[in-house]
Structure formats: C-alpha cells, structure tokens
Design a protein around this ligand. Structure first.
Ligand code: DC
Length: 211
C-alpha cells in the first residue's frame, strides 16, 4: 500500500500523512525534509542555493536516511529548499531514495505514506492511493503565521502570505516536476478541522478500495 500526498506548502499534508501512516501502520516520509536538508547544508556552508553546481553537490553529499540535523523549519531554509527543488539534477539525486522507501519501507511495514509535491506524478506514479491536499493561499498563510507566533518567531501575516505565494509560484511553474494534481483525489482543507480532513481521506481511500 502506497499513499501519495501532494499539495502546496502549509495545506495540511503533513498532519494528514502522519495520521494515515499511524492508522494503516505504514512508514512515513516527508520528502520536503530532503529538499530542506539540501538547502540547509548549503546555507550552513555559506553557499548560494541558486548555483546548480553547489546545489547538486549538496544533494549528492546528503544522507537522505539521516536528515535530522539543524533547524529545517525556518523561512530561510524553506526558501533555499524551494530554489534547489527547481534544479532537475538535485531532484534526480533524491529520487531513488524516495522510490526505494516507498517500495521497500523500513521497519518491516507493509507500505508507506509519502508527502511532497511530485509523489503521484514522478516518485510513485504507481501509488495505490493519490491525494492532493490544498487550501487557499490566505488560509495557508494564516496557519503558518499562527505557527510562527506560537513558536515566538517574529513575522507579519503579509510577509508570510507573500512568501507562500512566491514559493507556490516557483513550485507550480518550474520546468521539472512542477506541483500539480495528477490523477488524484483533491481535498480542500480550507475551513476544515484535521479530524474532518482525516475522515474525508479515509472515505476516499475506502472508495478506491471498493472500485
Ligand atoms: O513541504 P515543504 O515545505 O517542507 O517543502 C520544502 C520545499 O521542497 C518546497 O518549496 C517544495 C520542495 N519539494 C519538492 O519540490 N518536491 C517534494 N516532493 C517535496 C518538497
């Protein structure tokens, strides 16, 4: 069983993916962490994420099974991740780890949930279930802003919205593996609780199984 979950930043993919993984006892991979780790490594070394040579070398040097170092969830790292994710050769470096995780999940699990931008379209076109989780940019920016406030990070709603819109634009319009709903059930999480989203996903998965 492979569940592919794609969608834009802060749409609620991660929350849903973790709950589905627990529910079905599947391994879970947040593929955004891989791109964040590449961006983080470059920033730490004082490099420029826009430089494809530097970005590809950083992706090659990454141990994708071990990306737990450093704070990957800052706006700076998110920006660097979005930049390196638009470079085709960076994506190629990270592809086999993701495919292997899906098809040979760790811990003896019978399947995996992967969340990202190109899981259904590129990483696992053969996924058993494909979900595209989205919400309006305003709703996503509000959620992200609240999260930042709770973590004591200074920011403004307008700045968070601008960041999200810029990243969306880059993720959707890049030449390689752009974010798009491919042959997936679309779940709009705007105005829905995590419980309601989880239930909607379960119903869709059940529906897939009965067809
Ligand atoms: O989901 P996230 O915010 O952690 O992702 C960070 C960046 O990585 C985001 O700009 C898009 C990119 N990404 C991608 O291009 N493909 C994936 N499968 C996952 C993330």
């Amino acid at each position: 069983m492979i569940i592919a979950i794609d969608g834009p930043a802060a749409a609620g993919k991660g929350t849903l993916a973790k709950r589905l993984a627990t529910h079905f006892d599947l391994a879970f991979l947040d593929t955004g962490r891989l791109y964040r780790a590449v961006g983080y490594g470059i920033l730490q070394a004082g490099g420029d994420p826009n430089d494809p040579k530097i970005a590809v070398a950083a992706a090659r040097a990454l141990d994708p099974a071990n990306v737990d170092t450093g704070d990957l969830y800052t706006e700076k790292v998110a920006e660097a991740a979005s930049v390196v994710a638009a470079i085709g050769d960076v994506r190629k470096e990270l592809l086999s780890f993701q495919r292997n995780f899906a098809h040979n999940p760790p811990g003896g699990k019978i399947g995996a949930v992967l969340d990202g931008r190109d899981i259904a379209s590129v990483v696992c076109p053969d996924a058993t279930h494909k979900l595209f989780v989205t919400a309006s940019a305003e709703v996503r920016a509000k959620r992200r802003f609240k999260e930042l406030q709770e973590n004591g990070v200074e920011s403004t709603y307008a700045a968070v919205l601008a960041d999200i819109e810029q990243r969306d634009q880059r993720d959707r319009t890049r030449k390689v593996s752009p974010l798009k709903a491919v042959d997936a059930h679309v779940i709009d999480t705007s105005g829905k609780t995590p419980d309601a989203v989880f239930q909607e996903a379960l119903d869709l998965i059940e529906g897939d199984r009965s067809t």
